[in-house]
Design a protein around this ligand. Structure first.
Ligand code: IFM
Length: 450
């Protein structure tokens, strides 16, 4: 093999995976003694979710996980990223442990290991126990200890078999969607609450990491969604808007974790709504992590706009670009850019792309049993190239997870947007790998972008 080919190859140790989250795929949210989560309530609040749809059945992964693991094996995945439902394990959020809830994850992990697939578990993917929301949820400082208690329970049950843990998935979305603008559970719109939620998410993350250092033997990290910001023009106003938008979205969580400080633009953006947090909290938040998970979907073309709260910036559309069904510009080079930016700003932390993917309109399953999704194939190809380009520039990327394994419940958009590489018929729950799944399997086999 010549040298050029060698350079195209992903390392043998590179992990190839797919991601899901509990509420989006499992279904059976109250089965076997589980307590309700804030999403169980939110979907029952009129007007919140497209078509009044719920995660009550979702992909029925709770019952069909064996079939799903078999499909992962068939595709050659070497890892699977899933999240654990806090209220299955602790129905009231703290205190009483529901062993039957934990058993589901024990069975899932065993099935994965038997298939040679490494489990990667996230503790929190947006489904706070409703009982804790009743006690103030992410606004109550005690949530940090509640979260550490939950972490200890699952570490004890699964750390002998789960070798990669993440504390939070996309804390930015939890605050932005759940507390500032309100389209996601618990649906608040409150400038004063948002910084408190952010801070408590970070404190909870840090306490869970500390609990893991005491009891765990593998690796724990954080998963953030990042979006490179580009100025809409050369004006100084737009350059300043980029700095604010970047602070709000990309640095809000990473600066505290890596530097123990919040970005000044963020503090200024919240103005009098920004509380003074104890310095000791930030010392705690700065605890080292073993890896960083990055979810990448799009970039932000940014224009100064004083009518927008906090960021005082607005996002412009690129009319010339290919956009996905969720209206997101397809912009693969943004992934290379955000990876080099992360390395340059925060140093050499091992990175996993923990989510990347796209919703496109998929035709129905054809008479020959196939689902052709050429746009998603292109999307994967170009984004994998972008990952490889960052690696060639020295970024320590160790794995890639496509979002998502299955078409699933896309939060406030219900089942209207399909992100899966495996098609799910929501009537019969039948799974059909799309052509993107077959393409991904070929890439995994070849260890290079095809
Ligand atoms: O479906 C979501 C997921 O829950 C978090 N990251 C983005 C995905 C697509 O919107």
């Amino acid at each position: 093999m010549n040298r050029a080919n060698d350079e195209d190859l992903f390392p043998e140790s590179f992990l190839w995976g797919a991601s899901t989250s509990a509420y989006q795929v499992e279904g059976s949210p109250l089965a076997d003694g589980a307590g309700p989560s804030i999403w169980h309530r939110f979907v029952r609040t009129p007007g919140r979710v497209f078509g009044g749809q719920t995660g009550d059945v979702a992909c029925d992964h709770y019952n069909r996980y064996r079939e799903d693991v078999a499909l992962m094996k068939e595709l050659g995945l070497t890892t699977y990223r899933f999240s654990i439902s806090w209220s299955r394990v602790l129905p009231e959020g703290t205190g009483r442990v529901n062993e039957r809830g934990l058993d589901f994850y024990r069975r899932l992990v065993d099935e994965l290991l038997a298939a040679g697939i490494a489990p990667n578990a996230t503790l929190y993917h947006w489904d706070l126990p409703a009982a804790l929301d009743d006690r103030g949820g992410w606004l109550n400082r005690d949530v940090a200890d509640w979260f550490a208690e939950y972490g200890e329970v699952v570490f004890r049950a699964l750390d002998d078999r789960v070798t990669m843990w993440a504390t939070l998935n996309e804390p930015w979305v939890v605050t932005d969607g759940g507390y500032l603008h309100g389209p996601l559970a618990p649906g608040h719109k409150n400038l004063w609450e948002a910084p408190r939620a952010t801070h408590n998410l970070l404190r909870a993350h840090a306490r869970a990491v500390a609990a893991y250092r005491a009891a765990g033997r593998n690796r724990i990290g954080l998963v953030v969604n990042l979006e490179p910001k580009y100025a809409a023009s050369d004006s100084p106003e737009d350059a300043a808007a980029v700095a604010r938008a970047d602070a709000y979205m990309n640095r809000q969580y990473l600066d505290p974790v890596f530097f123990g400080t919040y970005p000044q633009e963020l503090i200024d953006g919240f103005g009098e709504a920004w509380p003074e947090f104890p310095a000791s909290d930030l010392d705690e938040i700065k605890a080292p992590i073993d890896f960083l998970g990055i979810n990448y979907y799009k970039r932000g073309i940014t224009r100064a706009d004083d009518s927008v709260i906090v960021e005082r910036a607005t996002r412009l559309d690129n009319d010339r670009a290919t956009v996905t069904e969720t209206g997101w510009e397809v912009f693969p080079e943004g992934l290379t850019n955000i990876l080099t930016w992360t390395r340059d700003r925060y140093g050499d932390v091992p990175i996993y792309i923990t989510e990347n993917g796209a919703a496109f309109y998929d035709p129905p399953v054809a008479f020959n049993g196939r689902v052709e999704d050429p746009l998603r194939v292109d999307y994967l190809r170009e984004h994998l190239r972008a990952v490889r380009a960052a690696m060639q520039q020295g970024v320590d990327v160790r794995g890639y997870y496509v979002w998502s394994l299955l078409d699933n419940f896309e939060w406030a958009l219900g089942y209207a947007k399909r992100f899966g590489i495996i098609h799910v018929d929501y009537g019969t729950l039948q799974r059909t790998p799309k052509s993107s799944a077959r393409y991904y399997a070929e890439v995994i086999k070849a260890r290079k972008v095809l």
